[in-house]
Each structure stands twice: as C-alpha cells, then as structure tokens.
Design a protein around this ligand. Structure first.
Ligand code: HEM
Length: 384
C-alpha cells in the first residue's frame, strides 16, 4: 500500500487511508485536517473533549489541563505517585520467580497512576478497566458492531453516574489531587464545568491507561527479544528513553487515528474531498523506508530517530501525533516507562522471556501484547 497506493479509499471503513510517513505527518500538522471526526468517534462515549476542539477553544481548554502533565506538577506531585504504584505492583510478584507482565504490571500500572492522581478510589480499579476498554473498543469499532456501540454508550452513563457526585463533592473539599486542580483551574475567565471535567477524566482514563499499558509491555518485549540492547539499557538507564522512542516507532500502541479535512486536499497523488474521513496509519508510517533505514529492525541506537525531542511536539516519530493535538500525556508516559522499566530491571537482574512464552499482538486501532510471561530469580529484597 505504501509503495503503490499511498492514497487508498477503503470501502469497508469509507475512509481515505494514508500510510507514508510524509503524508501522515502532514495530516497531523496541517490545520485543514480537522479532528471533527471525534464528534462521532468519541463524543458519544466521552462527551465533548479537547480532542475534537480547534482554534481558541482548544487552546484555552488545553492550557487548563496541560500544566498538570509537565514541569513541577509532574516532578514533585506525581513522580512519587508513579514510583509508589510501580513498587507496589512489583512487590506483589517479586518472590514468585515468574510473572505475566501484561496482566500483573502493564494493564494495572498506568490506570492506577491516573486513579491516584485524580484522587479516586483504587478499589474501583476493575470498573475503570472495564470502562476504558469499552471506550477504546468504541473508538476502534471500524466494523460498526452494534454490541460494541451499545456498550460504549452505556459506559458514558455509568461513568457519569459515578463521577458527577465525586466532582460536586470535590469542589467543596479541594485537595492536592488532579481533580481538585481541574475544578479550580481558570484561564481568561474560562473554567471547567462538571460535565467538562467528567468528559476529561473519561478521556484521561482511556488515553492514558490503554496506551501506556501497551507501550510498557511493548518496550519490555522489544528489549527482551534483543539481549544486546537490553544489556546496554541495564548498564545505562538513561537509554530507557531511547528504547521507548524506538518502541513508539516500531510498535506504536495507537496504530491509526482519523482526521476530517475542512476543504478538498491534494495529497499523496490524489484529492481527498472536504468532510471525508482520513485514516492515518501511524504503524505503517513508522516503518516507511523513505524515512527510516532498515525500518523493520528494532534498534535503539538508530541515528534517524531523535530521542531528545521524542516527547515534545517537535518529535520525529508519529506515535503521539504532531501539531496542536500532540499527546498531552507524553511526558507522563515517559516518566511512567522510565520508572516502571527501571524498577523492573533493578529488581530482576536476570529477567528473561519464559521459554514457552508466546506473546501475540492483538488489536487493530490500538495494538499490543496479550501476555508477556517472564522468568527471574525470586528477589528476596523488598523493592527499593
Ligand atoms: C505511550 C503512551 C501514549 C500514546 C501512544 C498516546 C497517543 C496519543 C495520540 C496519538 C494522541 C493524538 C490524538 C489525535 O491527535 O487525534 C494523543 C492525545 C492525547 N493524549 Fe495521549 N498517548 C499516550 C499517553 C497518554 C497519557 C499518559 C495521557 C494522560 C494521562 C494522555 C492524554 C492525552 C490527551 C488528553 C490527548 C488529547 C490532546 C489534545 O487533543 O490536545 N496520553 N495521545
């Protein structure tokens, strides 16, 4: 497709598919490619969120939430939450000699972090997990399965019934958590209504849970399958960021996102009509040999991927998109991966893939491992 049909109309999804790096990058950066597609792709399950906003409305709303995910708020308030959550999960299996890092670590860690950041009840973990899975399934419901659609809409109601009373109560009892920050945030006289906050929390659970969960399993698997690179990372933990950037190129958790051009656009040798749906294949673009040398090899030392900018809108991979909607949580995801992977490597110096492990990747819209079974010498010392 990349070589012969760089612009391709896909009947089943009624969308125009882009797969070359250059074209996907342009679709993310050029404002003519709007995110109005989220009106039908996500609003029915989240309510209205910043993903589908544009212009000043988007800029103001994004500015309300962005400070919580960078700088001192991330370092001082949330880094200890990240460390505590990683430690608690590893502590639970460190003496077992084996673990499934998907079930016992990756699917729990990022969502626990968000739940703690928001100051919600961790005992409700299973409910959060069910909700965000239903939301992501709705987003990726390319075949329009009515059961998936119905479950998504039901989730919206259940989440609203759960969250709105908590938000009302938190407004009266502000604390140091992220939910209180959202309740109090104000820019140019704009603040967030209860409905806005509920929608944003729903987005956070889905955008920050499902994606980082797949990224953590992905980086661990990629390293375990390349022992030389794993050894290098063990010897120099600053290489985790590099291995994460390469994982985002090689096995991106979000394989595709959509856009909707406001006007007819010429791209990839053809014209996409205004109002059509465009599917941007992040996974395919990351393997484009016009952009990356030897793209099907996982190589944390490649010289055509920049690590220093990989977690900012100046990134040269596409896994967080680019431009105005560049992932708000990229630095949080980096902090989670650096902390989680670092602690796992510290605790288990001889961790290897279980001999009979056969992890397979699942999913089309978001994609990641179903299991990641590893073996290690049981650790006698509590996780530091
Ligand atoms: C490896 C992990 C992650 C990946 C691969 C990822 C991927 C993405 C992508 C592709 C977008 C752009 C969507 C679009 O333009 O249509 C995005 C936006 C966003 N992400 Fe992430 N994300 C990750 C982690 C997180 C985390 C940890 C959070 C927060 C808890 C988060 C919150 C958001 C939000 C709020 C947006 C919307 C930004 C806007 O519209 O301005 N993400 N993410």
């Amino acid at each position: 497709m990349r070589d012969d049909f760089p612009l391709f109309f896909h009947e089943a999804t009624q969308s125009w598919v882009l797969s070359r790096y250059e074209d996907v990058a342009r679709a993310f950066k050029a404002p003519v490619f709007t995110t109005d597609n989220y009106d039908w792709q996500l609003e029915p399950v989240h309510g209205k969120t910043i993903l589908q906003m544009s212009g000043r409305e988007h800029a103001v709303r994004r500015a309300l939430v962005a400070p919580a995910f960078r700088g001192s708020m991330l370092q001082e308030t949330f880094q200890p939450v990240i460390e505590r959550n990683a430690r608690e999960l590893i502590e639970a299996f460190r003496q077992d000699g084996e673990a499934d890092l998907v079930a016992q670590f990756a699917t729990r860690f990022p969502v626990n972090v968000i739940v703690d950041m928001l100051g919600l009840d961790r005992a409700d973990h299973d409910r959060f997990h069910t909700w965000y899975t239903a939301i992501i399934d709705f987003l990726g419901n390319l075949s329009q399965d009515p059961g998936v659609a119905e479950r998504g809409v039901r989730t919206r109601q259940e989440f609203a019934d759960y969250m709105l009373p908590i938000i009302r109560n938190r407004r009266q009892n502000l604390g140091a958590d992220l939910l209180s920050t959202l309740c109090a945030a104000e820019i140019d006289g704009t603040s967030m209504s209860d409905e806005d906050i509920k929608a944003f929390c729903s987005l956070l659970l889905a955008a920050g849970g499902e994606t980082t969960d797949k990224a953590i399993a992905g980086i661990l698997h990629n390293l375990l399958r390349h022992p030389d690179q794993l050894k290098a990372v063990r010897e120099d933990r600053s290489l985790i960021a590099r291995a994460f950037a390469e994982t985002l190129r090689f096995t991106p958790p979000v394989q595709m996102i959509m856009r909707q051009p406001a006007e007819d656009v010429e791209i990839a040798g053809g014209t996409i009509p205004a109002g059509a749906t465009v599917t941007c294949l992040i996974g395919a673009a990351g393997r484009d040999d016009r952009r990356y040398s030897d793209p099907d090899s996982f190589n944390i030392f490649r010289d055509d991927l920049e690590t220093t900018t990989a977690f900012s809108a100046a990134a040269d991979h596409l896994a967080f998109a680019l431009g105005r909607h560049f992932c708000v949580g990229a630095l949080l995801a980096k902090a989670e991966v650096e902390t989680g992977v670092g602690l796992l490597l510290d605790t288990f110096p001889d961790m290897t893939l279980a001999a009979d492990a056969a992890p397979t990747e699942q999913g089309v819209f978001t994609r990641g491992l179903d299991t990641l079974r590893v073996r290690f010498t049981a650790s006698e010392r509590a996780v530091a």
